[in-house]
Design a protein around this ligand. Structure first.
Ligand code: FES
Length: 338
């Protein structure tokens, strides 16, 4: 790794804005009292956004004071990570990936474009619109070659680039036109060009199902289908159905026993519990759970492993989160107090 140094020319009186300080204070609160230095990385990120895309030395000293850290510790961190810019950058700062997968897919041609239009690595264009650096893998190798471009709208990936599409992208950014991030060819996300070509047939999880949620009365639609887009799935199912020889209809199967219903419909059993008292449930999850008919600690306390899995899919939670945060255990203890 090359040595990274602070800019020789520094602003005379830089100070972090009040809103940046407020955001940093919120991060500091997430750590124990004598561990406020753990907030350094997010604090540096906030300072960089606040200063217009790079971090002046005055900001580093201010952060050292705020987090009660020796300045040298702050310098060590900021000079290590290439995501922190130590010199002023352009309005659109380009981080071009030059690691092997991107290199094999043509990043050299993109570097040639940048060198011609902006200058050597670390340069800012004469009009101040563009700047660029070369970085290591940004984790989007399936869409190589790619670049991350940061500006006042965000930090977005631009993927599946060619020299031609990259030139056009830079033209549009410089002209202030709106551009689409993501793949710059016909691909959708990381799917194959031309569309999805796997998991297109019939399968156990192709249709939306109506299921009973644990401890609720209403059936809820759960989307458990595979990768094929809905229209494609429908077409595939219809075609296969048309080809299928007609078979004798079986006698209707015995109705499966319904899960035990404890609460019918909405919160008819008094005031709903404040589910946010369960660590890991915020306002959004509470709203999602309520919308599925779950209002009480005792409902959550009764969940079994399969129920937890089903609820995780329904409220779009990260798999394993409910178990990790011990919602059921917490709900049991809260239900006793309620
Ligand atoms: S190698 Fe370029 S994103 Fe991974």
């Amino acid at each position: 790794m090359s040595a990274r140094r602070l800019a020789i020319s520094q602003p005379d009186n830089f100070q972090l804005s009040a809103s940046a300080k407020k955001k940093i204070a919120a991060w500091v609160k997430k750590y124990p009292k004598d561990r406020q230095r753990s907030a350094l990385i997010p604090a540096l990120w906030i300072a960089q956004k606040d200063a217009g895309g790079w971090i002046p030395e005055a900001a580093l000293r201010e952060l050292g004071d705020m987090l009660d850290m020796p300045y040298i510790r702050v310098y060590e961190v900021v000079t290590f990570y290439t995501m922190f810019n130590l010199e002023p950058v352009g309005e659109h700062h380009i981080q071009l990936c030059g690691t092997t997968p991107c290199w094999l897919r043509g990043s050299d041609a993109l570097i040639e474009v940048l060198e011609r239009r902006i200058g050597p690595r670390g340069s800012v264009s004469s009009d101040g619109k563009l700047s660029w650096v070369e970085v290591e893998c940004l984790g989007a190798c399936a869409n190589a070659p790619m670049a991350q471009i940061s500006n006042n709208k965000g930090d977005d990936y631009y993927e599946d680039l060619t020299a031609e599409t990259f030139e056009q992208l830079l033209d549009d950014l410089s002209a202030g036109k709106s551009v689409n991030h993501g793949p710059q060819n016909s691909r959708h996300t990381s799917e194959p060009e031309g569309g999805n070509n796997t998991l297109t047939g019939e399968g156990p999880y192709l249709e939306d199902k109506l299921v009973y949620l644990p401890n609720t009365a209403k059936k809820t639609k759960m989307s458990v289908h595979g990768g094929a887009p809905k229209a494609k799935r429908k077409a595939a199912t219809t075609t296969k159905a048309a080809q299928k020889p007609k078979v004798q209809k079986k006698a209707p199967a015995k109705k499966a026993a319904k899960p035990k219903v404890i609460y019918k419909g909405g919160p008819t059993d008094g005031t709903p519990d404040d589910l946010k008292l369960i660590k890991g449930i915020g306002p959004k999850f509470e709203k999602d759970l309520n919308s599925k008919g779950i209002y009480y600690f005792r409902q959550i306390a009764a969940w079994k492993v399969a129920d937890v899995k089903m609820v995780e899919e329904l409220i779009d939670s990260i798999p394993g989160r409910i178990k990790r945060d011990e919602w059921v255990k917490q709900a049991k203890s809260l239900a006793k107090k309620a």
